[in-house]
Each structure stands twice: as structure tokens, then as C-alpha cells.
Design a protein around this ligand. Structure first.
Ligand SMILES: Cc1cc2nc3c(=O)[nH]c(=O)nc-3n(C[C@H](O)[C@H](O)[C@H](O)COP(=O)(O)OP(=O)(O)OC[C@H]3O[C@@H](n4cnc5c(N)ncnc54)[C@H](O)[C@@H]3O)c2cc1C
Length: 374
């Protein structure tokens, strides 16, 4: 099997690049290990930049069932502060969003191989050869690694700066009263050793996504139920939101050793997209916009005949500062005294919370370089 561009991974970054490159007439083959639409460990908050990129790709998150979010409510213990976000974001399930993007990429002419895992990626006659789990060989002039937090053998990234957190994600049907109270908000709850985000992602569904330090989880016996009970004891607002809630999956999805703070080296022979290029702490709700930004930049650079090192350099220029700053905040945010201080300050100065939200975003100039209209 041959292609101009082989893409490994069909999440947001891989799907977006496939759609863009196929739209320019490139022969694109994308390999995704999952057989169909699937859930991901993700808080499912789409920032303004992510929404702009999706719009440029011809996707309408509202039409896919997404719900608008324009406020953040921060709580630690009994303290709570609410601030207006400096933009309107949206909650939307990744199961729906990623599947819609891949369908659009296929419509644009990309070959999307579902349920096939890339096992190896090697240099081959001046290009690349991808070896799939069923023995198929895919040869391509260019190759993009869009495997998210999963490293392909032989293509490891440097470690993150905060990698002792375990992530959980569960969809819930909330009690109608709690659903109404949550409407329009993303609620961030700080608790000992971690933080949680809760928001609506459709009229009927909420996403609870949380991160906890490995050590804290271990002291609680390592189980989700014990963790939820412990957080409920510390965080009355979250306990109230979850009262009467019905889990929509038998157990949450989990992910360990997330390399927050990672910004990949700029000297690779392949195009690294999304979490393969940079991993920003989840509280910023900006990982998806970085993934979409990397795909847009990659497509501009591919069209200009540039080498993958140019994408590495562009990503460092556009997001390294935000990733570094957000990781410092994330490391501080798991400590109890900082958590209480953060909510106290936010209560006095809602503007400050909004400033932090603004400071962790991709700047407009960088968005324009990726091809978004000024
Ligand atoms: C706890 C948590 C909460 C988050 N919350 C938010 C949020 O609210 N808002 C936000 O913007 N971002 C959030 N993020 C970040 C966001 O989820 C990621 O940054 C984004 O999904 C990265 O996109 P990607 O394309 O790089 O990878 P992914 O979307 O993870 O896609 C990678 C794809 O590659 C496939 N794959 C992996 N290995 C192979 C292989 N060998 N062969 C074939 N396919 C393969 C996988 O199946 C997957 O579909 C959160 C992350 C975490 C961990």
C-alpha cells in the first residue's frame, strides 16, 4: 500500500491533518487502532481556538450536540468563586467529535483504516514504511505521528515535567436540578492531591474528568469508588452535583503517567502532532486546540515543502510558553494551601481567573500563521 502521507492515529490531530491534506489532493492513509467511535480520557471542553479550527474544517460542534460554556466555577473545600470566561467555549463528547472528523476526512478522499494498529515506523528508500498489526506494509513519502499519549516503539518522547498524575473520565446523567445548576459552567474542584472538572457535553450528558496524584490514589486503595467518596468528603459542591447522578459507563476510563509539560524536541524525521508535540495540563482545556493547531501548521508546512523540524520549531514558538506556565500552575494546584489561596484570590478578583484562562491560550498571531482568517 502506498501514499503521499501516512498518519498514525485518528484522534483530533490525525483526523484534522488527514482532512486538510486530502482536501489538497494528497493521497492520505490514516491508521486508527480503534474499530469505531470511542470515548477518550478528556474533559471535553472546547476552547475558542479549538472552535475556530473546527469551523475552518467545516465542523459545527453545536449541530453535533455540543453545549455552550461561558463561566468557570472554582471550588476548594467550602469556598467557591465564579468568573466569566474571556470567550465562549463548548462541551462536546469526543466519541461524537472524533468520529465526525474522521468521517469528513474520508469524504475528502483520505483512506481511513479503522481497527488497525501501527506496530513500527521505519525509514524506507528516502521515505517511511509503517508496519501494521496484520502484516500490511504502508509506504509513504511523509509520515505523521498522531498517537496522542501513546508512544510508538522506537519513537519515544522526552518525559513531562509533571508525570505523577492519574486521569479518570466518566460520563454521567445528572439529576435535573443539578444539571440546571451546572448549565453554562465548567466547574473546577480542587482537592487534596488533584483536581476535577465537571461540565455538560450534551443536553443529557455530563463529563466528570479528574486527575489525582498516584500517591494519594494509592493511600485510598487505588479504587474509583474510594476516590469519589474521599473527594465528596472534601468538596461539598461536587458531592451535591453528583448526588442522584447515574454513571453512563460501568467504570471510568483511566490513564496513568500523563507527561504534562512535555514539548517535543524539534529534530525529528517525522511530523509530530497533538500530544506527540506538546502536552498542556488539562485544567486549561486547551489540549484539543493545540492538537488542531499542530495539524493546521503541519499542513501549511507540508504544502510549502518544509521538513518536520520546521513543525517542531513552530510548535515550540507557539505553545512552549503556555505549556511551561500551565505546568507550573498545575504542579502548585495539587497542594492544599495553594488551593485555598487560589479560590480566595479568585473570589476577590474574578478578573484574575479570566486572565489565567487567557494566558494559557494560543495567541491570535499564531492562529493566523496556521491559516485561520485574521
Ligand atoms: C484528563 C484529561 C483531560 C483533558 N481535558 C481536556 C479538555 O477538557 N479540553 C481539551 O482541549 N483538552 C483536554 N485534554 C487533552 C486532549 O484530550 C488531548 O490533548 C487531545 O486529545 C490530543 O489529541 P491527539 O490527536 O494528539 O491524540 P488523541 O486524541 O489521543 O488521539 C490519538 C489516537 O491515536 C490512536 N493510536 C494510538 N496508538 C496507535 C497506533 N499504534 N496505531 C494506530 N492508532 C493509534 C488512538 O486510538 C487515538 O485515537 C485532556 C487530557 C486529559 C488526559
Amino acid at each position: 500500500m502506498t501514499a503521499d502521507l501516512a498518519i498514525i492515529g485518528g484522534g483530533l490531530s490525525g483526523g484534522a491533518l488527514a482532512l486538510r491534506a486530502a482536501g489538497r489532493g494528497r493521497r492520505v492513509v490514516l491508521v486508527e487502532r480503534e474499530p469505531g467511535a470511542h470515548d477518550k480520557v478528556c474533559g471535553e471542553f472546547l476552547s475558542r481556538e479549538a472552535l475556530l479550527h473546527l469551523q475552518a474544517l467545516g465542523l459545527d460542534p453545536r449541530a453535533l450536540g455540543g453545549v455552550p460554556i461561558d463561566r468557570v466555577r472554582l471550588s476548594a473545600g467550602r469556598r467557591t468563586a465564579t468568573a466569566v470566561l474571556p470567550f465562549e467555549g463548548m462541551g462536546l463528547s469526543r466519541r461524537v467529535l472524533d468520529a465526525a472528523l474522521l468521517a469528513r476526512a474520508a469524504d475528502a478522499g483520505a483512506t481511513v483504516l479503522h481497527g488497525r494498529r501501527a506496530r513500527a515506523l521505519e525509514p524506507h528508500h528516502g521515505g517511511h514504511r509503517v508496519r501494521l498489526d496484520d502484516g500490511t506494509l504502508l509506504d509513504a513519502a511523509e509520515a505523521a505521528l498522531a498517537t496522542g499519549k501513546h508512544d510508538l516503539r522506537g519513537w519515544r518522547r522526552p518525559p513531562g515535567r509533571q508525570d505523577d498524575l492519574v486521569g479518570f473520565k466518566q460520563h454521567l446523567r445528572l439529576d435535573p436540578g443539578q444539571r440546571r445548576a451546572l448549565d453554562g459552567h465548567v466547574e473546577l474542584t480542587l482537592f487534596r492531591g488533584g483536581y476535577a472538572g465537571l461540565q455538560l457535553v450534551s443536553d443529557r450528558q455530563a463529563t466528570l474528568c479528574l486527575l489525582v496524584r498516584r500517591r494519594r490514589l494509592a493511600t485510598l486503595g487505588g479504587t474509583w469508588d474510594a476516590l469519589l467518596r474521599a473527594i465528596g468528603d472534601e468538596a461539598p459542591l461536587l458531592r451535591c452535583r453528583l448526588s442522584g447522578a447515574e454513571p453512563l459507563q460501568p467504570r471510568p476510563l483511566t490513564i496513568a503517567a500523563i507527561p504534562y509539560g512535555l514539548v517535543a524536541n524539534a529534530d525529528d524525521a517525522v511530523w509530530r502532532l497533538g500530544d506527540q508535540a506538546a502536552v498542556i495540563p488539562s485544567f486549561t482545556g486547551d489540549g484539543m486546540s493545540i492538537a488542531l493547531h499542530s495539524a493546521a501548521l503541519c499542513d501549511v508546512l507540508l504544502a510549502a515543502g518544509a521538513r518536520p523540524t520546521a513543525l517542531g520549531a513552530a510548535m515550540r514558538r507557539d505553545v512552549a510558553g503556555q505549556v511551561r506556565g500551565a505546568t507550573l500552575l498545575s504542579r502548585a494546584a495539587v497542594h492544599r494551601p495553594v488551593q485555598h489561596a487560589a479560590v480566595a484570590i479568585a473570589a476577590l478578583l474574578p478578573v484574575l481567573a479570566a486572565r489565567i484562562a487567557a494566558a494559557t491560550r494560543i495567541p491570535d498571531a499564531a492562529l493566523h500563521r496556521s491559516g485561520l482568517p485574521a
